[in-house]
Design a protein around this ligand. Structure first.
Ligand SMILES: C[S@@+](CC[C@H](N)C(=O)[O-])C[C@H]1O[C@@H](n2cnc3c(N)ncnc32)[C@H](O)[C@@H]1O
Length: 452
């Protein structure tokens, strides 16, 4: 049927031409090893490993370029599951608010405003869906998360690109809470379209607990002797009301990234449409919910986002959960830097090792409003160390705050390293606006503190 019907969504297209020469630039290799306090010196070695197969990576940049670069790398037909939660044409500038020392801080996350309304929105999404179709494996699926603003238009794009025969489910995710309206019914559901690449898609059925009444009376009495209760529960339907939105600002899961989706939702999608050997991807990654769920379920993952705040938040989240090593890459993107001041690194002999003491003296973001006078520990969200910098940043240790955004980040660290005459130490900071700053310090045993 897919080939025979000719109905199409049409609009005045002004789609940017695709650049076929996109390449990903390696920016950092992260081996999560979080440190929360400097009370005890870290005993470290000089041992860098390399990413195994290029999976598990977080890309900063426009997802069209990122996906084109993945195709250029030969990743066509390799991804089993793509989940996307793109902007919804909500006409909102999304930002995240923090209260720090009586300052109300507005952190810009991403824009969902379109100069030609629906036309430019479709111009954005159409070529991206086409590339995603190419990246999917024959057993692959895409889940496209939308709401009432544009779901009706996007469904037609998906029909055209994937074939309407390949619509597997229109999933309705119902939730409660938040604001309502007296002018219409409260809008409390999102739509998730699930399309497969072919009929050979992966599907692992999911189950929900039986209701109390069903358990009490037993299924057999209602449906006849052929039906018995299953150990795992009842088969899941296409409307999900058992997972709520992240509502509480203090919820453990809440990373203060606007539009962040619950991890339980992501785990259900990954569990049903991928296998443990699958590569899964999210090209509108936001706070990195997909990668955390993939880590929990043991899948390999790729994520991309063009917002620095999204990438910094995802990175924090992966460090916090002690993820497997991953690569951070950029595509046509220059990261914003702040002003980082380090105290000279002190070296002192300590048994068979040398003790290096590293201290951040001060930090200021590049652009700050005059009335915002925060300390370095408040401006910074976390920082990382490369103990043997050789031209490319390997994050060996990460200093995280015990409690996020409360100024409790420790700015000094003591590291025990094997004795050498020269050390090349990389320090990379991440601030609350998503900006990163890197300093490389070359230190010699005789005259510490020589910065490059
Ligand atoms: C609705 S949010 C995703 C939220 C995410 N599902 C989560 O759980 O946190 C959409 C994300 O898409 C990103 N985005 C929008 N346009 C993009 C583009 N052209 N390339 C890469 N990322 C983009 C935004 O920066 C934003 O973080």
């Amino acid at each position: 049927m897919g080939d025979k019907h000719t109905a199409r969504l049409s609009w005045e297209k002004q789609i940017e031409p695709l650049s076929s020469s996109c390449n990903l630039t390696d920016w950092e290799y992260v081996k999560p090893h979080s440190v929360y306090e400097r009370n005890e010196a870290i005993f470290a070695e000089f041992k860098h490993t390399s990413p195994e197969d290029g999976s598990n990576r977080l890309i900063l940049g426009n997802n069209l370029d990122a996906m084109q670069a993945l195709l250029n790398e030969g990743r066509e037909g390799t991804i089993d599951l793509i989940y996307i939660d793109p902007p919804y044409l909500s006409e909102i500038d999304y930002s995240s608010k923090l209260n720090l020392s009586d300052h109300k801080i507005q952190r810009s996350a991403f824009q969902d405003k379109w100069p030609r309304g629906i036309d430019s929105y479709l111009d954005m999404l159409y070529p991206r869906l086409k590339i995603m179709h190419r990246l999917l494996s024959p057993r692959g699926s895409i889940f496209v998360h939308l709401d009432w603003h544009v779901s009706h238009y996007v469904r037609l794009l998906l029909d055209e690109i994937f074939g309407n025969d390949n619509l597997v489910n229109e999933i309705i995710w119902c939730y409660t809470g938040g604001t309502g309206s007296k002018k219409h019914f409260h809008r409390k559901h999102d739509t998730i379209f699930w399309y497969s690449k072919s009929t050979a898609y992966i599907f692992n059925p999911q189950y929900r607990p039986y209701s109390r009444q069903t358990l009490e009376r037993g299924l057999t009495r209602v449906k006849g002797p052929k039906y018995t209760l299953h150990e795992q529960g009842a088969l899941m339907q296409d409307w999900w009301s058992d997972i709520n939105k992240i509502l509480s600002p203090t919820a453990h899961e809440n990373l203060k990234y606007p539009t962040q989706k619950p991890i339980a939702l992501m785990k259900r999608i990954i569990a049903c449409a991928s296998n443990p050997d699958s590569l899964v991807a999210d090209f509108f990654a936001g706070a990195g919910t997909l990668a955390e769920a993939a880590e929990e379920l043991g899948r390999r993952w790729i994520m991309a986002d063009n917002s620095e705040l999204a990438v910094t938040t995802s990175n924090y989240r992966l460090l916090k959960r002690n993820a497997r090593p991953y690569l951070i890459q950029t595509v046509n993107e220059v990261r914003n830097e702040g002003i980082l001041d380090l105290d000279p690194i002190r070296i002192s002999p300590c048994g068979a090792s040398n003790l290096l003491q590293i201290q951040i003296k001060d930090y200021k973001p590049a652009e700050i409003t005059d009335d915002l006078e925060l300390t370095a520990a408040q401006y910074l969200e976390y920082w990382e160390l490369d103990l043997d910098y050789q031209g490319f940043f390997h994050s060996d240790y990460q200093m995280l705050p015990r409690r996020r955004f409360n100024g409790s980040l420790d700015l000094s660290l003591a590291v025990m390293l094997p004795v050498r005459t020269n050390y090349s130490i990389g320090v990379r900071t991440h601030d609350i606006f998503g900006h990163t700053t890197t300093k490389i310090v070359n230190v010699t045993n005789s005259s510490p503190g020589g910065e490059v």
